[in-house]
Design a protein around this ligand. Sequence first.
Ligand code: GLA
Length: 383
Amino acid sequence: MKETLLRKFRAAFGGEPTVIARAPGRIEFIGNHTDYNGGTVLGAAIDRGIWVAVRAAEAGHAVFGGNHGAAPITVALDASLAKQSGERAWVNYQLGVWAKLPDFGLKQPAGFQCVDVSDLPPGAGLSSSAAIELATGLALTALAGEAPERATLVKLGRKAENEFVGVPCGILDQGVSGFGKRDHLVFIDCRGPAFATVPLPADAHFWVFNTHTKHALVDGLYAARHRECMEAAQALGVGLLADATPALLEAKKATLPEANYKRAKHVIEEIGRVAAVQAALATGDLAAVGRLLTASHRSSQNLFENSTAELDFLVDHLAQARHVHGARLTGGGFGGAVMALTNGTFAQADAEQVAAAYTAKFGAKPDILHLKTGPGAELIPVG
Ligand code: GLA
């Protein structure tokens, strides 16, 4: 990846970068839509991600080397700086990070050139957006001579996405990309936020099935779920749903619209499942963990209603398959990918069987990814 990155930088700008950073994508292990509700979540940084190379350049301009030989995109870094649209929209994550640096008391590089390369499949629900935010945050702060705390980088990435890109996501994706560790899960108490790592028992394997389906209104649906959760919290008289109990929800059921009741029930019970998964991980009981993962999916399917026929089909088949502990949709939902937790005996041929059943039903083949955990965002020596 580093050689590809350097070649791309030279082709775009005719020289060497001064800083290289990489950040991983993530699997949402459990804790679906709990993050922006002040709850808890467990995720895994994976061994694939995005690499960013930068160097200082003419003040007042950011230049992004385009993909596949496309001309670089130049953006003026002045008071007119705004979200880009159309074919320029892909630079918004990086621009957003630059724009939000002062909010954290960090210096902005006056001008820079930048390229990136990725081995993360896009649109697979593995959070390429957080990966590019974290890698860019590390690279731009290093370029400006800053060394922010890890939690600050994570918050910077989220703020860029919330306020510049305009997606009301929680802290899960950026937190896992920032705090990831090989053979560990990242635990986040999203209210602090507070971050910790939890050892993953040996013989825990992740398989991701990417359906390449995506609801046309996915951003709007995410925002709608966010709104329903906030309305439910208000009706329950709590600041965030993480403060509500199952008993409080049942006592106030009649005061909530049906949809909001279901969203709240999902979030409150999902936070309980995260705690139960932590307890099962501590005793190495992967079978119990798997049952909780599948229960999380059923709750997404029936209560949060962010699943699809394609994702349900995969979970139904995986839940029956040999060597699989459990399976669930991973990420925001409304299409995307399903993650299965398996033992080490589950093999490519088993995955192909599930994929073949999917193809027979839906006519398209899902991508199969056997993913390993990997380290969180890091600077990489240039030389
Ligand atoms: C997306 C968001 C996260 C989180 C998940 C759902 O991945 O970016 O912040 O809300 O959806 O759990």
